[in-house]
Design a protein around this ligand. Structure first.
Ligand code: SF4
Ligand code: SF4
Length: 204
């Protein structure tokens, strides 16, 4: 692993692990690098760092290097890593936290336009209770300026019925909206805030 040689000792942030642990609620000290998370990760072969390397970089304080990485943006939050980890560490919660920190600290995303994709996806879920792919993609294309890219793929998906013209709305659309509203008002910087926000929604 060449992670350490990528960081300069004067750029290490020894408070970084405390910050990520508190915000993600993950017991990162328990990781002993068995790599079960990386072995199951479906995007590990496309990213600059694998899931266990993300944890290692946090432990070493390589904040600057990690916030600039593609790994934090390409994680698809599938939770495979969390299900496989013998210590119950969810890298998904960690990458969410790292994205938040990167945005707060104005670190540009390593993968261009991916924050626009995330926002387009979330806006679609907020509007319909679940994602409506055509509207989400139109929003993404307009905001990213990539209007003509992937047209053939879009037509193929449409022909196969994978791009429905009308959104399929969930019965609990209002509940989903409540989750968004409360999430937008909640300070997630302290461990446990995620749970309290979702519990509040459940209590209605
Ligand atoms: S599976 Fe868990 S303990 Fe093993 S390397 Fe990944 S995060 Fe660390
Ligand atoms: S949640 Fe992210 S890091 Fe974990 S297995 Fe899925 S894609 Fe990989």
């Amino acid at each position: 692993m060449n992670i350490i040689t990528k960081g300069q000792s004067d750029q290490l942030d020894f408070h970084f692990i405390k910050e990520v642990k508190e915000r993600s609620c993950q017991p990162l000290d328990l990781c002993y690098h068995c790599q079960k998370c990386s072995a199951g990760c479906q995007v590990a072969s496309y990213t600059d760092f694998r899931p266990n390397q993300i944890v290692r970089m946090i432990q070493f304080g390589l904040k600057g290097e990690l916030l600039k990485s593609s790994a934090i943006w390409l994680c698809v939050n599938c939770e495979t890593c969390g299900a496989r980890c013998p210590n119950g560490i969810s890298i998904s919660a960690v990458t969410d936290t790292l994205r938040e920190i990167a945005i707060e600290e104005n670190v540009p995303a390593a993968v261009k336009n991916i924050p626009i994709f995330h926002h387009s996806f979330l806006n679609s879920v907020k509007s319909n209770g679940r994602v409506h792919e055509p509207v989400m993609l139109v929003r993404y294309k307009i905001k990213s300026g990539k209007l003509l890219e992937d047209i053939k793929m879009g037509m193929d998906l449409f022909a196969k019925g994978k791009m429905p013209l009308f959104p399929s709305r969930t019965k609990n659309k209002d509940l989903v909206k409540q989750i968004f509203d409360r999430a937008e008002k909640t300070d997630f910087k302290a461990c446990g805030q995620n749970n309290s926000a979702s519990s509040a929604v459940e209590r209605g």
